[in-house]
Design a protein around this ligand. Structure first.
Ligand code: PNS
Length: 162
């Protein structure tokens, strides 16, 4: 019987975007189970609390069969080992992402050679979307409707009515 592959898709997801969703949809085609792992980052200021980020991801991924949403702290590779994940999934939108992603992938490989990083490209219409720009555009009154799921639009509006 073929080995079952568990993938880990880590990130801050502050908040999740349509680009993240596109990557999750691509990821579940190549692994048997995908764990979306939200970083619990007490040092980093986030707009959304950990619970809020988890809730939004859970709501949006609920119709997808083989996706779980969890949180983690500490080293990603240690979390991957604890969860029995063989693959770390990361998205690369443009060449500018590559350097940081390469550095992380090689550091993670140095720390644990049993976990492979797999890069996937989101659809090109999402290549300019980032959580940071979504927040900035919203705070400055621009429309983010095509950039994030509707639950995120509603949560952003509730948090920062404009
Ligand atoms: O969405 P982000 O902010 O680009 O995600 C970054 C993340 C969560 C993947 C990265 O910060 C991470 O893996 N943090 C966990 C701590 C760790 O393992 N650091 C060493 C990895 S090089």
């Amino acid at each position: 019987m073929a080995k079952s592959v568990r993938g880990l898709y880590p990130g801050s997801f502050d908040p999740l975007t349509n680009g993240h969703l596109d990557l999750i949809a691509r990821g579940i085609k190549i692994v048997d189970e995908l764990v979306v792992a939200v970083l619990r980052n007490p040092d980093k200021h986030t707009m959304f609390s950990l619970d809020e980020r988890l809730e939004m991801l859970k709501e949006v991924t609920a119709p997808m069969g083989n996706v779980r949403v969890e949180s983690f702290d500490g080293l990603l590779v240690e979390y991957a080992a604890r969860r029995g994940a063989q693959v770390i999934l990361r998205g690369i939108r443009a060449v500018s992402d590559y350097e940081y992603e390469l550095q992380m992938a090689l550091m993670n490989r140095k720390l644990n050679q049993d976990v492979e990083t797999v890069f996937m490209m989101p659809a090109e219409q999402y290549s300019y979307i980032s959580s940071r720009l979504v927040k900035e555009v919203h705070l400055l009154g621009g429309s983010i409707r095509d950039l994030v799921p509707s639950v995120v639009v509603e949560r952003l509006k509730a948090k920062t009515p404009i």
